[in-house]
Design a protein around this ligand. Structure first.
Ligand code: NDP
Length: 315
């Protein structure tokens, strides 16, 4: 008999429905995927692995013998905050397709800034016909903060498009063609030299408020920020201040302290801010469900649990 794998989710009904169609197909022959709400008492107690998407923590707690949970998202800070430290191991989604999708977004929005789109959009509104000097990508530097699964691919894509690329990570790193930095001095160097600063790191105790008044003041004059990571990594009040008074030129924000961004937020109307509704790298259900199925299949075959997040480190 195939083992039962609970699907614990409080995602929107539409999203839940898409996963409810994709996951059983991907796991066909490996396991039966069953909504948490439909499990029997025995199935709850027998479950060793569950698939989770914004789960109610009480539902995860009601599966007492879980060894690990497979998240359907790449960012798991909320899950880490909600599940007890001695609870099941948390495996986040790592999908090469997501790295491709994210690097495409980094390229798209860096080019949007590099080619002066915010300025030309403003000029069109005022019926102003005025060209501006165009620099070559080779004369501009992209700083990528976070060189993990997503950041490293994005950095290489920017390099391939002709930009100078600086990278920053927690540990020392070596990536061909990318000048990698770490530590506080390394961060200030990257901020001081970059025309475009891309955030691709997790939200942890260490990264919360990482870019505040001091760090944003250290940015190059006219530099733009692209935050595709998590809102609280940047101090929003400091960001607005540095957009209003320099040195920052523009911010493309895909993530916020509160999502959806409340209508009262000053970011909506700020002429140096582009607001995106958390769309830089959505999970692609077809490739993600394949990866989830492979992970769960291997576990039932030989007991291998995929690499889990380090609760101490926070990612
Ligand atoms: P990884 O865990 O693979 O990489 C994280 C990177 O951040 C690593 O290079 C790590 O350094 C670095 N880092 C972590 N903490 C620090 C710190 N304190 N100081 C400096 N560098 C640090 O994550 P991914 O690349 O897969 O994803 C990154 C984040 O992107 C996710 O956590 C999520 O928040 C966000 N995301 C956003 C999406 C969106 O649609 N907007 C979609 C998917 C993800 P080191 O290499 O030294 O460990």
């Amino acid at each position: 008999m195939r083992p039962v794998v609970p699907f614990v989710s409080s995602a929107s009904p539409d999203e839940r429905q898409s996963w409810r169609e994709a996951l059983p197909k991907a796991l066909d022959g490996i396991a039966e995927v069953k909504l948490f709400e439909d499990l029997t008492e025995d199935q709850r107690s027998e479950a060793r692995v569950a698939i989770v998407a914004n789960p109610d923590p009480a539902n995860v707690a009601a599966l007492p013998n879980l060894v690990w949970v497979q998240s359907l998202w790449a960012g798991v800070e909320r899950l880490m905050g909600e599940l007890p430290a001695n609870g099941p191991k948390i495996v986040r989604l790592t999908d090469p397709q997501m790295a491709e999708t994210m690097s495409e977004a980094v390229l798209a929005w860096t080019l949007y800034l590099h080619r002066g789109m915010p300025r030309y959009i403003a000029q069109q509104r005022q019926k102003v016909w005025q060209d501006h000097v165009l620099e070559r990508p080779q004369e501009r530097t992209v700083g990528v903060l976070g060189l993990g699964k997503l950041g490293a691919v994005a950095a290489l894509r920017m390099k391939a498009n002709g930009f100078n690329v600086l990278g920053w990570s927690r540990n020392e790193k070596s990536i061909e063609g990318i000048a990698c930095r770490h530590g506080r001095d390394g961060l200030l160097e990257v901020l001081g030299q970059s025309d475009f600063i891309v955030l691709l790191m997790p939200l942890t105790d260490e990264t919360r408020g990482l870019l505040g008044q001091d760090e944003l003041s250290a940015c190059k004059k006219g530099a733009s920020i692209i935050n595709f990571a998590r809102g609280p990594i940047i101090d929003t009040a400091a960001l607005i201040n540095k957009l209003d008074n320099g040195p920052l030129g523009h911010a493309v924000l895909d993530v916020f302290d509160e999502e959806p961004l409340p209508p009262s937020s000053p970011l909506w109307d700020h002429d140096k801010v582009t607001v995106l509704p958390h769309i830089s790298a959505p999970t692609i259900i077809s490739t993600a469900s394949r990866i989830v199925a492979d992970n769960i299949g291997r576990y039932f075959e030989d007991g291998t649990v995929p690499p889990a997040v380090d609760r101490e480190r926070g990612y």
